[in-house]
Design a protein around this ligand. Structure first.
Ligand SMILES: [Zn+2]
Length: 316
C-alpha cells in the first residue's frame, strides 16, 4: 500500500478518489502576510476557499494537489484549516515557482535540495505538515540558469525521497522537453514526473513526444483562453480526446489551476482577462467531462484520467 503526504498527514493512495492534479487554495507572495498584515483579509480568503471546496466536494472532488510554493505565498495553516473544514484531501508541495529567491541564485544544488528534503521528511516551516510533491517552474523562453538550480535540486530531492515532481511549463515553447532533458541528466525516474500546463497549445506531436519519454501529462489549465493566444476550453478538450484516441488515457490528468483570489477583481475585469470561471473547481466536472463523453470518450477513460492516474502517479 502506498501513501502520500497531505496537509492532514499521510493518506493511502486508494483514498484519494477524484483528484484535481494542479490547483491552489489561494496565491500570494512570500512574506506578504508578515510584512503587510491586513492587505489581504486572510479569514475572508479561508472562508471563500472553504465555500469553493465544499461545493467541489459536493460535486465529487476528493483531492487537490496544491502546488503553491514558498514564493507563491504558501500558507500551510490555511491549507490545514480548509482541508479540515471541507473534507478535501490537500497534497502540499515543496520546491519553487517562477520567483526564484535571490538566496538560491548561484547556490550549490545540493544545499537547495536539502531544503526540499527537510520539507518532505520533517515538515514545512515549523509545522508537522510534510510536502507530498515537489514543484518546479519554467516559462516562456525556457529554463533559466537559476530555475535550473531549482530543477536539479528537485531532481535530487526526488531521487533521495521518491517524492514526485510537478512542473510548470509554457507549452507553446515546448519547455517540457528541456525540463525532461535536465531531469534525465539527474537520473530521475520519469514515471515520477508530471509535466504540467501542457494544454496552452495544441501541438500533439510535442505532447506525445513527452509521453513517450515516460512522464505523466497535466492538461491542467481550464477553462483557459486566459489570453487570446491560448486555446479556449473546447479546443483544449478536443486535444484531450486526440490523446485518448492515440492510446494515452492511462497517462493524462486534468485540472484547472484555479485559486481563490486574495483580492477579488471585479467580474467585469475577470471576464476581460478571460479569468472568469463561475464553476471554479467544478468546471471540468460540469463542462469538460460531459464534452469528452460527447466526443466519444468512455466512462473508463474518465475514470482513468480523474481517479486512477493520480492514484497510480503516487504508487511505486
Ligand atoms: Zn498553478
Amino acid at each position: 500500500m502506498s501513501q502520500v503526504n497531505t496537509v492532514l498527514g499521510p493518506v493511502d493512495t486508494t483514498e484519494l478518489g477524484f483528484t484535481l492534479s494542479h490547483e491552489h487554495i489561494t496565491l500570494g507572495a512570500a512574506g506578504a502576510a508578515a510584512t503587510y498584515p491586513g492587505f489581504q483579509d486572510r479569514q475572508h480568503i479561508a472562508d471563500s476557499a472553504t465555500a469553493a471546496l465544499t461545493e467541489a466536494y459536493e460535486g465529487g472532488v476528493r483531492t487537490i494537489i496544491d502546488v503553491t510554493t514558498f514564493d507563491l505565498g504558501r500558507d500551510v495553516s490555511m491549507m490545514v484549516e480548509v482541508s479540515q473544514r471541507t473534507g478535501v484531501h490537500v497534497i502540499p508541495c515543496t520546491g519553487n515557482h517562477l520567483a526564484v529567491p535571490r538566496i538560491f541564485w548561484g547556490a550549490p544544488v545540493e544545499r537547495v535540495a536539502e531544503l526540499f528534503i527537510k520539507e518532505i521528511e520533517e515538515g514545512i516551516e515549523d509545522s508537522e505538515v510534510k510536502a507530498g510533491i515537489i514543484k518546479v517552474a519554467s516559462d516562456r523562453g525556457g529554463v533559466t540558469p537559476n530555475e535550473e538550480i531549482v530543477l536539479r535540486a528537485a531532481a535530487r530531492a526526488s531521487n533521495a525521497t521518491g517524492t514526485r515532481i510537478s512542473t510548470h511549463t509554457w507549452s507553446p515553447d515546448r519547455v517540457g522537453d528541456q525540463q525532461v532533458r535536465i531531469l534525465k541528466e539527474e537520473g530521475v525516474d520519469l514515471n515520477r514526473v508530471y509535466v504540467g500546463h501542457s494544454n496552452d497549445d495544441t501541438d500533439v506531436g510535442y505532447l506525445t513526444g513527452l509521453l513517450e519519454e515516460g512522464v505523466w501529462l497535466g492538461l491542467d489549465r481550464y477553462p483557459g483562453g486566459r489570453t487570446s493566444e491560448t486555446p479556449t476550453w473546447d479546443v483544449r478538450t478536443a486535444v484531450v480526446k486526440q490523446l485518448i484516441d492515440a492510446g494515452w488515457a492511462h497517462r493524462l490528468m486534468l485540472s484547472h489551476d484555479h485559486s481563490t483570489p486574495a483580492v477579488q477583481p471585479s467580474e467585469e475585469l475577470r471576464r476581460e482577462r478571460g479569468e472568469f470561471n463561475p464553476d471554479g473547481y467544478l468546471f471540468i466536472t460540469r463542462n469538460v467531462l460531459p464534452r469528452l463523453l460527447e466526443l466519444g470518450a468512455t466512462d473508463a477513460d474518465v475514470q482513468a484520467i480523474m481517479v486512477d492516474n493520480p492514484r497510480r502517479f503516487f504508487e511505486d
